[in-house]
Design a protein around this ligand. Structure first.
Ligand code: ATP
Length: 333
């Protein structure tokens, strides 16, 4: 089936790291979230305590990892990074929590994928900086309380709806990251071009920005492909190079990628525009339902091509128009 771009190579990861803003002031866009985080960090600094726990929610590539690093950097605290899938037993979490130094920022990416019993341990840790370690099994089992150093948890999730309420409630603040506007992505690209020492005219930058799915990570990645294109084919990183590179990498005029289009095409041509259930849709494009729901759909909803209804997913008139397929007249819908 169709897959997302392959896992990043080392070079791509190094490139991402080099472009990561280090402070809230350098972080482009998300003005609301920046203001909220700034207040939270300032208040904690004034009272000389660890900042409240923070939940960052939103589609991939919008800056969750970057913000976690900024929280640590701006509050002058060390950062420990982990992820939900790496915490498959309560013991994994106990080992992690008990090794934190006072005030450390603990980043847990994909926190919704942590093991259930670890989740329960985390409630107590977040609230009282304490965990209970179970020793032994069955009737002879006892729990030994263990005090932890105070820490700030920064959790990231693409699906805040999947978090159990008791966990969600223990965050002092949830930042909902939104897709970026084109002018914001232009700013991300200007910054990246400057850091890469790449000369790219305004119109070319704007074209990349408008075709980046509202996502800084994608904008930076497309910039790199345009740079490659200009390097290999010659002629500079102008509009022609942007068009050439984006066509080569199957990025359509409004930034939809192959999987976005496959989903829309399936709804339109196999299910007559919907409604179609998520799992049926996932099977028909050969992707996991979770990927469709947390990666593909948010952007299609945002550009007004898909609506989620109680009976399933429906392609809007815009989607039919965009795919250039004539929509049968059904009245109503
Ligand atoms: P994932 O959840 O998939 O890890 P993420 O939301 O954590 O994604 P990041 O890794 O933080 O995304 O960001 C991806 C890249 O995009 C980073 O390399 C960073 O350079 C860039 N980036 C993200 N947000 C911004 C921003 N607001 N301003 C400038 N660059 C940004």
């Amino acid at each position: 089936g169709l897959v997302r771009p392959a896992p990043e190579s080392d070079a791509e990861l190094a490139f991402e790291g080099a472009l990561r803003p280090r402070s809230l002031a350098e972080f482009v866009g998300q003005a609301k979230v920046r203001g909220q985080l700034q207040l939270l960090l300032d208040a904690a600094a004034m009272q000389n305590r660890t900042p409240d726990h923070i939940l960052l929610a939103g589609p991939p590539g919008l800056g969750k990892t970057t913000l976690a690093m900024i929280v640590a950097h701006e509050s002058g605290r060390p950062l420990r990074m982990s992820s939900g899938p790496a915490i498959q037993h309560a013991g994994d979490l106990a080992a992690l929590l008990s090794s934190l130094v006072p005030g450390e920022v603990l980043f847990i990416d994909e926190i919704h994928r942590m093991a259930r019993n670890a989740e329960e341990m985390l409630y107590l840790a977040m609230e009282d900086f304490r965990i209970d370690i179970m020793v032994g099994k069955g009737a002879g089992a006892t729990s030994i309380p263990l005090d932890l150093a105070p820490f700030t948890l920064v959790g990231a999730t693409t699906r805040s709806g999947l978090l159990p309420n008791p966990l969600r409630d223990r965050f002092g603040f949830t930042a909902n990251l939104e897709f970026y506007e084109t002018y914001e992505l232009e700013e991300v690209l200007s910054r990246a071009a400057r850091l890469l020492d790449l000369d790219i005219p305004h119109d070319a930058r704007r074209e990349i920005a408008s075709r980046s799915r509202g996502t800084p990570r994608i904008a930076n990645r497309l910039l790199r492909r345009v740079r490659d294109f200009a390097l290999v084919r010659g002629g500079g990183a102008g509009l022609a190079a942007v068009h050439g590179a984006l066509e080569l990498y199957d990025v359509d005029p409004i930034g939809l990628d192959r999987l976005d289009r496959a989903v829309l095409e399936a709804i339109v041509s196999r299910f007559e525009g919907g409604p179609v259930g998520l799992s049926t849709l996932a099977v028909s494009v050969g992707e996991e339902a979770d990927t469709i729901e947390s990666v593909v759909e948010p952007f299609l909803v945002r550009v007004g091509m898909l609506s989620r209804t109680p009976r399933g997913r429906v392609a809007t008139r815009r989607a039919w128009d965009h795919l250039g397929v004539r929509r049968p007249d059904r009245g109503g819908l």
